[in-house]
Write a protein that binds this ligand. Sequence first.
Ligand code: NDP
Length: 336
Amino acid sequence: MSVLITGANGFIASHIVDILLDSGYTVIGTVRSESKFEPLFGEFKKKYPNANLSYEVVTDITAEGAFDDLLKKHPEIKYVLHTASPFSFGHDKSFEEIYFKPAIEGTKNVLKSVKKYAPQVTNVVVTSSHAAIMTITSEYFKYTNRDWNPIKLEECKNEFEAYCASKTYAERTAWEFVNHEKPNFKLTTVCPPYVFGPQVFDSAVTKTLNTSNELINNIVKTPPTDELVSQPAGLGIDVRDVAKFHQLAFEKESAVGTRLFIAAGHFTGQTILNILNKHFPEEKLAVGAPDKDNATELSGYSIENVIESVGGYEFISLEKSIVDAASQYLKKFGSF
Ligand code: NDP
């Protein structure tokens, strides 16, 4: 069985490739350039010498028909996982160029090509986000997978809002496509919050990490005199669980057609500091105010986890996620 995964070199996607190869799937990844995937490709080939893994370069996912040739060339593809989408900050171009166009047009292009050239595809999974669900509000709220972020593209004031809007509109675009176009495939979306955990291979660890893990790198830089590291406050999940849910999203009939909104727990900067100080005392990090951490309360919301549709699930704890990510970083660089 063949699976196409877009953005295969990404933090989350590379873990998805890993579990799919481990489960015996043939995997075809798309990347923006060969150099982005070559090192990972080598590592996967070492880990799974008999694996069926290949990749195709799609330089611009926003170009009309970007995936047409690829899908014509691979009539064996049965499942499509669309993860490629911008998730980084600090750009000096317009929100439209950096976030909206790649997220929304990219999603539309994948779905259009699958409908047109790959009628054999039975399932498409789109990586969405808690960002497509949450409302930035001061009121306490319990989020469910029925909630939608009401944010409007034209109202975004900063990159974080633009990112949230890009994910919201991209996911809405996917569901609208399915409802209006009635393709052969069924859609499932995966909506994780902050994703932590190790890179799929030690060799993929770099001084600056992917956006969500970089949060850990920022927190370790907290000045020792700071009293309480309460920000950011949010929900977290391990990358290995997120990868697994992308697989369950097409394998579990009861999950198909749903929004898989999943989280392992709440955290604040203080939660992360507490975990790091417990496991890496030799790093002499800021202590903050360990006893004042109340992540659930500080985040201002709780969630209704979606695990029944996959037959129940036990998430990797945030403590393990943070410890595994930090250990891998320390193994490579010796200190924070
Ligand atoms: P990464 O930055 O590690 O991976 C992002 C992937 O998307 C890369 O393959 C990247 O390619 C590709 N991409 C980014 N911008 C573009 C673009 N303009 N055109 C084509 N491809 C692009 O991030 P993650 O693995 O963390 O994120 C993967 C997905 O998960 C995204 O959809 C993100 O929104 C979503 N997500 C992530 C969360 C997290 O906390 N990490 C939380 C919730 C959702 P390249 O390397 O060439 O830039």
